[in-house]
Design a binder for this molecule. Sequence first.
Ligand code: HEC
Ligand code: HEC
Length: 279
Amino acid sequence: MKSWVVVVMLSTALISMLPPEPSAADDKGVYLFKVPDKSTIPNGPAGEMIGRGLMLVTHTPRELPLYALSSLRCSNCHLKAGTVAFAAPWVGVIHRYPRYSSRSDKNVTLAQRIQGCFRRSLNGKAPSIDSEPMQAIIAYMTWLSRDVPPDVKVEGRGFPALAHPPTPNRQRGQELFKDRCAVCHGKDGGGRLNEKPQRYPYGFPPLWGDGSFNIAAGMARLHKAAAFIKRKMPFTAGGTLSDQEAYDIADFVIHQPRPDYAGKENDWPKGGKPDDARY
Ligand code: HEC
Ligand code: HEC
């Protein structure tokens, strides 16, 4: 048996052993969220919309081939369909919008924020705000947020930057990548397909190249990529890299070839561009 087949099988077994996420409790004003039980999904059309939303975020390229033009699905980054702290969870997200975005110098709605991930993270086209896919995704996020009070600070929202960002060394990052990441994501960063065809074909998604996120995606920014990699990668051993290693690897990964973004010159029209923006 090829070694990567063993890796795929092993990691599939390990994924099912990951510990459950923490339950709801208060701690220093931070809301530790609990993912609602599936039994709270109503029967009938409202419940079907929620289920459809979950399907779309976990099988995005297959379900929305006209929109998701990369090989990625939403849940490659928003782990376990947006239910994992420190992996940009969607639990409570409906209360955060509309909110001001300096990137567009506008108040953006949740639908517009989702459109941003379609265009940038999925290097694709955005479904319109009143379209069926958009309404289904929002129905799913609304259900995920059902138990979260408005105005709380949700635990591990976004990909919060590490407290003391070190200066990255890209050369070391390249070596560490071979050692710690290539076994799953491939030496060329192109990801790996599942051995048996499934609805989402990638066992391990591409980190760069035509199938990955474009330069205008949040994951293409050093602090966000390093925060995700430090806490969540390697997939079955999140938290084992040092901050320095996570920054070295992130700096290497984000600077590999990836799609450009038409319209990037319109970003941050009134200033406020973060120091890790790629353009
Ligand atoms: C390549 C990784 C990646 C993929 C794929 C991706 N996103 Fe995101 N998403 C991000 C990043 C990075 C952020 C910014 C998080 C932060 O603010 O720190 C984000 C933010 C968001 C937010 C706002 C979260 C908040 O707390 O304000 C929503 C909603 C969202 N994404 C939805 C989606 C949907 C729906 C899809 C699929 C259509 C998707 N994303 C695909 C990386 C990704
Ligand atoms: C054991 C296999 C494995 C290893 C090793 C691993 N990853 Fe991943 N990685 C995954 C899987 C699986 C996902 C997608 C998670 C999902 O869809 O549920 C992922 C997702 C990602 C993503 C977000 C999606 C994308 O394609 O951009 C990034 C970035 C990433 N990994 C970076 C890394 C880096 C950097 C390393 C090395 C430190 C690493 N990974 C090591 C399995 C792995």
